[in-house]
Design a protein around this ligand. Structure first.
Ligand SMILES: Nc1ncnc2c1ncn2[C@@H]1O[C@H](COP(=O)(O)OP(=O)(O)OP(=O)(O)O)[C@@H](O)[C@H]1O
Length: 383
């Protein structure tokens, strides 16, 4: 089964199970990959109808399935993601003698991959993103881009590569007009411009916000706008600095899922590196998690290599340290530390997480939170 067929099957299953929120978003991804403007128009008018009649779910499913049948008839070529889009080797960036130094860092990413960049404040995430975006000059090392669309100036580089900083700029006029402005700069004719922009507005859940101004949008919707604007430019490499800042947990998850599925486009994938403080959310969607501490690099491949000799568990509970040590005595506990209001327990690798849970339950410890962080970069934060 081709990737496109598998994806259509997945969407049908979402719709049949009445998960229309996710199903409809994924349907739009399938349609976007066809690059068929007639199908875009179908989805645009269906989105408009869906917003007017949100209660007519069964009809929405029926109409979505009809569109999917048409999508299935359009061949989608699969992009070959073997070649990395950017290769950085032993990059070093220093802000001057005795000041912060990043690196040496080597990084390589392919289209369709998502890398999460995590670390506490001031450890070099923005610096690394700006080096990769060619906004900052590096002192040592090498940085090569291997874009499909060849570029010969820094201006061209900006469309192959898009960097969205933490604080985005204010814009004037309506959301929709600002999106149309992007495509008119690329010389896209008016009718096609309108269709592509409305498709992107629909995809990012901006339908009811399209006529609003910058000051009328919440932070979450401003970020959605930024992403819609970026994806209209069809970059090959996307660098996002803290896209989740100021978003509530649900909005964070929706944005991450949307980003992931956009990057995994079958014929037009994007390589994405995003920095965030939301470690667990980012881990869920990332192919690799890069952890920066004092400008030094570690990634979750090292976590996997290190984890063979320990089980590491975070526990938030009212119990005292001594009590926990007694409870875990038979579970080969090696170390128990208190980190930012939460216990971090290190056990011998032969101990299982379920045995730890069982022991906590047996001793009626009132646990408000626990997590096995053995395979998470979280362990770098607590050690
Ligand atoms: N232009 C600059 N000149 C000198 N030092 C700088 C400059 N920009 C950043 N730094 C320093 O470099 C270090 C790393 O900063 P950076 O912004 O890359 O970290 P970060 O991990 O992105 O932090 P945050 O999570 O707070 O955004 C910090 O100590 C910062 O003070």
């Amino acid at each position: 089964m081709s990737q496109a067929e598998a994806r259509i099957k997945e969407v049908i299953s979402f719709l049949q199970n009445k998960d229309t929120v996710l199903g409809y978003r994924k349907l739009m991804d399938c349609v976007i990959d066809t690059q068929d403007l007639d199908l875009y128009r179908e989805v645009i008018s269906l989105t408009d109808w869906k917003e007017q009649f949100p209660e007519k779910e069964d009809e929405l499913i029926e109409r979505s399935l009809v569109i999917l049948e048409r999508v299935a008839k359009i061949p989608i070529s699969e992009y070959n993601t073997k070649k990395p889009v950017v290769v950085g080797s032993d990059l070093i960036k220093s802000y001057g003698y005795n000041r912060f130094k990043l690196g040496p860092i080597s990084v390589k990413i392919h289209k369709g991959e998502v890398y999460g960049l995590v670390g506490e404040n001031g450890n070099g995430k923005t610096t690394l993103l700006r080096v990769l975006a060619k906004e900052l000059k590096y002192n040592e090392g090498q940085l090569d881009f291997k874009f499909d669309n060849t570029y010969d100036s820094n201006y061209d580089l900006r469309t192959n590569l898009v960097y969205i900083p933490q604080r985005t700029q204010k814009w004037y006029g309506s959301l929709k007009d600002n999106l149309k402005f992007v495509l008119s700069n690329y010389g896209i004719p008016p009718e096609e411009n309108e269709t592509r922009v409305l498709m992107m507005i629909a995809r990012f859940g901006l339908w009811n916000y399209k006529h609003l101004k910058w000051s009328e949008l919440s932070s979450g919707y401003k970020m959605r706008f930024e992403l819609a604007r970026t994806l209209l430019r069809q970059p090959e490499l996307l660098l996002l600095d803290e896209p989740l800042a100021n978003l509530d947990v649900l909005a964070q998850q929706v944005i991450l899922e949307d980003l992931k599925s956009m990057c995994n486009s079958i014929n037009n994938p994007i390589a994405l590196i995003l920095s965030s403080q939301q470690l667990y959310e980012v881990e869920k969607i990332s192919d690799k998690v890069i952890y920066l501490k004092d400008g030094q690099y570690k990634d979750n491949k090292q976590v996997v290599a290190d984890d063979e000799n320990q089980l590491i568990v975070e526990i938030d509970c009212e119990a005292k340290r001594d009590e926990l040590m007694t409870i875990f005595e038979n579970l080969q506990i090696e170390k128990l530390i208190y980190n930012g209001g939460i216990f971090v327990a290190y056990f011998n690798a032969n101990t299982s997480f379920s045995a730890v849970l069982e022991s906590l339950g047996k001793h009626k410890i009132d646990v408000t939170y626990t997590r096995n962080i053995t395979k998470s970069t979280r362990r770098f934060f607590v050690s």
